[in-house]
Design a binder for this molecule. Structure first.
Ligand code: WTA
Length: 635
């Protein structure tokens, strides 16, 4: 893609204006450049936010793997596509070239076909960060199967819920995974989940840790022997532009997780375009995003965006502190990483450690630093800028969501002057607006409100799997004719956006979206617990941590509180996963409620954050006396 490699601010504004004034021409030009289409589109965009219905490149046909792999073979066949850095530093790095990737994806695709998987079938992928994870997603895309990657830190219950929601026929997993010095028995978790998933017919198992596991006859198969016997050519399934590419679950503020559906053509065009411009990718760069492919960041900016650009993308299996806190910096030095993309929570954890871990390593290959997943605080921003970028690397604070598919608001390196804690300006094609509580647009600068997007962009999720009504209600009803992000934001005097955080009951903990309702539901299963309310409070590494207020039943009142706290976190681990464990648990006799019985979370949030002076008027509550009790016993 030669056009729109934006290089300076005037060029940004020029491109931006064009993208708004004439979106069809703008996106058509990008789509025409370098992508391989089997059939051209009839229309660039058809949309109606009231339904909502959004169609990009209608009538076009393509296969995304032809774009991510096949078309690079002639010019980049022996270039490294995936660079795999294992958890164990003594295990050798793997360089998987585009030629090898082609063969491995095709073999895997043929194995999937042999398992009876066809276009439109759902395949659940529950794997550690090993090359097979990227290859499995691409293999699904090759044959038109819809992948649903579930982060391999989720519990058996969470996995089963996701498998059942989208009726997956096949699960791809591993015997286990490495996580620093520990191993995790993934297959055991899958076995537990599959007790409740009648839709699953087969399981393919990657051998990763060599543990002895249970293999259920007729259902479970080792992957490698099947791959060894598979042909290395598999004709790509020809997909329509709006055919689903994948489902990825994200937490909602209430109810079950939402299976966000992303479709083929728009997602490809937008992730490729944003990857190229946000990271100013050049042919010999070595790009590393530390996310897990189990999250949207991994889908869009480890797999699809980089590969669509013929890039070298690094996959790291391990954690930041194994064998020590210098591991990230060691990897940057070892592979001469040029773009490094990570999360504020990782930056804060790394910044707490001795600087000698950084200083030991030569980081001079770095050109651009990225941040994603939650607001980056000023201190972390400066630490990143000074110690990692040595004040020479632009930091791109990229705001976006599982639902948006790609980066929405972010500086363009070298073009947009950065400002700490500001995601700055919208990407070309993105039309953010701020709304007040009555649903009116707030115009002008130096204002704050709720962040909406008023015009479609190619990689937006098209629906929630099996629940289009929930999609409409969650995103398109609060602000008529706008997509509502769930975030608050402010716009400064030059039009830069700063994301201030969620305005709903989603809490971002260490960059992971957690809905309060499912955690409360899990806790309330405990026989001694009557009711609970979860809120977030500031935490210096995780960004936010979880604070639980718990009311015990009569029968639980003489139970030991520390034991109860352990049991509560145990239940959460079983039902959701360890990422949702509570940092603080306060037992209380009541929760502040409105006269209609709604829990006043705003008050609970303030108390958990020690903001006692700004509680506001509590006299209208049903039970104002409980507020004083909660303040007295706050942890
Ligand atoms: C938050 C991750 C501030 C935000 C790609 C959003 C951010 C949610 C930023 C989506 C950022 C993401 N600054 N907040 N740069 N990036 N967020 O779906 O609240 O896992 O709505 O997608 O993370 O999280 P998700």
């Amino acid at each position: 893609m030669s056009n729109y490699h934006i290089k300076h601010l005037e060029e940004y504004y020029q491109v931006y204006r064009k993208s708004i004034q004439n979106p069809d021409i703008f996106w058509e030009e990008i789509a025409e450049e370098h992508f391989v289409w089997r059939k051209r589109w009839n229309t660039v965009l058809e949309w109606d936010f009231s339904k909502p219905e959004i169609k990009w490149f209608k009538g076009a046909q393509l296969n995304i793997t032809e774009n991510c792999i096949d078309r690079h073979l002639r010019t980049r066949g022996s270039k490294t596509a995936l660079l795999f850095e294992p958890n164990n530093p003594d295990e050798s790095t793997q360089h998987i070239t585009y030629n090898q990737l082609y063969k491995r994806v095709n073999q895997f695709a043929n194995v999937l076909k042999d398992q009876g998987i066809k276009k439109g079938d759902r395949v659940c992928i529950y794997l550690p960060m090993i090359p097979e994870l990227a290859i499995a997603t691409l293999a699904c895309a090759r044959i038109g199967a819809i992948h649903s990657v579930v982060f391999a830190g989720f519990s058996a219950t969470a996995l089963a819920t996701r498998i059942n929601d989208s009726d997956c026929k096949l699960v791809i997993t591993a015997d286990g995974s490495y996580r620093g010095a520990k191993t995790i028995d993934l297959k055991t978790i899958v076995d537990d989940a599959l007790k409740h998933t009648p839709c699953v017919k087969n399981v393919l198992v990657v051998k990763r840790i060599g543990s002895s596991i249970n293999m259920q006859t007729n259902r479970d198969k080792w992957l490698q022997p099947l791959l060894d016997n598979a042909l290395t050519e598999c004709e790509p399934e020809i997909m329509n532009a709006e055919d689903p590419l994948f489902i990825l679950y994200t937490s909602g503020s209430t109810g079950t997780p939402k299976g966000m559906v992303h479709t083929t053509a728009g997602y490809m065009v937008y992730t490729a375009f944003t990857f190229k411009n946000a990271f100013q990718y050049q042919e010999n760069d070595v790009y590393w995003c530390t996310a897990d492919i189990g999250w949207i960041t991994g889908h869009s900016y480890i797999v699809y965006g980089p590969l669509a650009n013929g890039a070298t993308t690094v996959l790291y299996e391990g954690v930041p502190n194994y064998p020590d806190w210098g591991r990230f910096w060691k990897i940057i030095e070892k592979h001469k990483i040029t773009q490094f993309y990570t999360a504020p929570t990782a930056i804060r954890a790394l910044a707490k450690e001795n600087l000698k871990h950084v200083e030991k390593h030569d980081l001079s290959s770095l050109k651009i630093l990225g941040s994603v997943g939650e607001p980056i605080n000023e201190e972390a921003w400066h630490w990143y800028d000074t110690n990692i970028g040595k004040k020479k690397c632009p930091i791109i604070d990229t705001w976006w969501q599982t639902e948006t598919g790609g980066i929405m608001i972010s500086p363009i390196p070298y073009a947009t002057p950065t400002k700490p804690t500001y995601a700055t300006l919208p990407f070309p094609g993105i039309q953010p607006v701020l709304m007040d509580e009555n649903g009116n647009e707030i115009k002008g600068n130096q204002v704050d409100g709720r962040l909406c997007i008023k015009f479609p962009w190619p990689s937006m999720a098209r629906t929630i799997w099996n629940n289009h009504q929930r999609y409409r209600e969650t995103y398109f009803t609060a602000y008529k004719n706008n997509y509502f992000t769930g975030d608050g934001a402010l716009r400064d005097e030059v039009g830069y956006y700063r994301i201030t955080g969620r305005v709903d009951d989603v809490i971002i903990v260490s960059g992971h979206n957690l809905g309060t309702a499912p955690i409360e539901d899990a806790i309330n299963l405990h026989p001694a617990i009557a009711e609970s309310a979860i809120v977030g409070f500031p935490h210096d590494i995780k960004g936010n941590a979880l604070y639980g207020y718990v009311i015990l039943k009569e029968t639980g009142t003489n139970r030991n509180h520390d034991n109860l706290r352990k049991e509560i976190n145990q239940i959460i681990t079983e039902h959701i996963g360890p990422i949702a464990k509570l940092d603080k648990i306060q037992f209380t006799s009541g929760l502040p409620k409105t006269r209609s019985g709604k829990i006043m979370r705003r008050i609970l949030r303030k108390i958990a954050s020690s903001e006692f002076d700004t509680l506001g008027d509590t006299s209208t509550l049903l039970n104002p006396e409980v507020v004083q009790e909660i303040i007295t016993n706050v942890l």
